[in-house]
Design a protein. Sequence first.
Lengths: 144, 427
Amino acid sequence: MIIKQIAVFLENRPGKLAEVLGVLSKQDINLRAMSVADTADFGILRLVVNDPDKAVQVLRDASFAVKTTSVLGIKVSDKPGGLLDELKKLNAAGINIEYVYAFAASSVHDARVVLKVDDLEKAEQVLYSPDRVGDPADGPNFYW
Amino acid sequence: METMNRDEMIALQGLRLQETAQRVYRQVPFYRNKMQELGLLPEDISGIGDIGKLPFITKQDMRDNYPYGLFAVPLSEIVRIHASSGTTGKPTVVGYTKRDIGLWSEVMARSLTYAGASKQSCIQVAYGYGLFTGGLGAHYGAEMVGASVIPASSGNTARQILLMKDFGTTVLCCTPSYALYIAETIYEMGLDPRKDLSLKAGIFGAEPWSERMRKEIEDRLYIKAIDIYGLSEIIGPGVACECECQDGLHISEDHFYPEIVNPLTGEVLPDGEKGELVLTTISKEGMPMVRYRTRDLTALNRSVCSCGRTFVRMGKVLGRSDDMLIIRGVNVFPSQVESVLLSLGETSPHYQLIVDREDNLDKLTVLVELTEDMFSDEVRGLEGLEHKIQGALAGILQVSAKVRLVGPKSIERSEGKAKRVIDNRKI
């Protein structure tokens, strides 16, 4: 399913990540997944949280540059080649993956993965063929 | 000329000021309008004592008359055009007639002679050649002295040192910070200036420097380090230069008449008082400047120097009355950075310039506050933005700057106004 990711600009200075996490924890926002892309000067923190709209608001109020991006959240079987099967489908459809990171484990049977792709709608169609309707990842439960 | 007595000098300056007032009134609409506003005619100027009647001209006026509006001769009479950075996007343009180039060579030759240069000297010019007046100005003066000139231009330090060593350079012309950098490189290359080089003197300018830097340069290169002053608006290097006494810079006052004014009120201050230097070119043809506000802070001393010269002396420049920075000899205004950011449209006007001096080289970093419009969740998006700003800045500033994006509201604001410049250099 298409989910909202929050990207936060981080200056490359000690304590910056902790500052963001502090703001979120104070507002009872729970992290589901995160990744940091970094360069020598700055980092981009990407987050999936249980309440994206509230997270954006509180981070803005705390003077962070924030951007929401639609990304794809998928569940894959927690077995060798589980993610590979999904990527093959995207590849076959000519969809380019810009970045990817994994979710915190939520069950022993499957893993969750966040994908930023160049053609979101098409990627979703490719991965969620009609026979996969009812995937638990489709429900609001996805953010658990 | 250099030892002319005061009365003769005043008479000469008076005559030349009268001619200049006539010329600008007739030839330059800007001056004519300004003088008419004050009800002033060229005939009202009967001596140098009347200079205070004339209005000031500023860098902003140069910008308003870009590019050729202040030329007092047709373009066909102009043989050279130089430009320096203006306060915003557009450069400041200056034009020289053939006679102006001769006059410039003469004042520059005087300066080199003050430092001890002669026909026997081998002068290496390590100022940049190009639109910047440093390189060509020093070059023409050195040729007029009759010295052997090495037009090395700036940069490529290892080659500079090779030339110095193999060609037997005796006089070096460059910025003082570059002189220190050269000195450092000489030692890194395992050379000893006393054994391997023939340097005797250096003429350093285009940026302010302290007595501490002078001592360091002299101790490391075993030379006499002479301070030279100039600005392209007036002519370029050679407006004033120290003699061997190193006690103030002799202004070539037969061509450039100096005044010191209160930078806030414009009121003329007596000799010895610190204020803003105002210069009037009294013999230039192409682009005469009448009472140009240099924004450089200094004081004048009209006593006769121990070298015997009577030319008035200005103290080492103490600072600026505006926010101009000099980075690697190049003038940089914070407003230039602002105009670049605004022209790119997508960036915030919140920025800060940080200047450091590492290994005697100036480093400029521009912090730009990120807005959400500029923010991208992809690294290449932000890096692309940094490169785009960097490229645009390099084009306007003519000195490279590193751009660093910072978070919203992270630039310190004092009384609601952002602090534009942090200069960490210890000069």
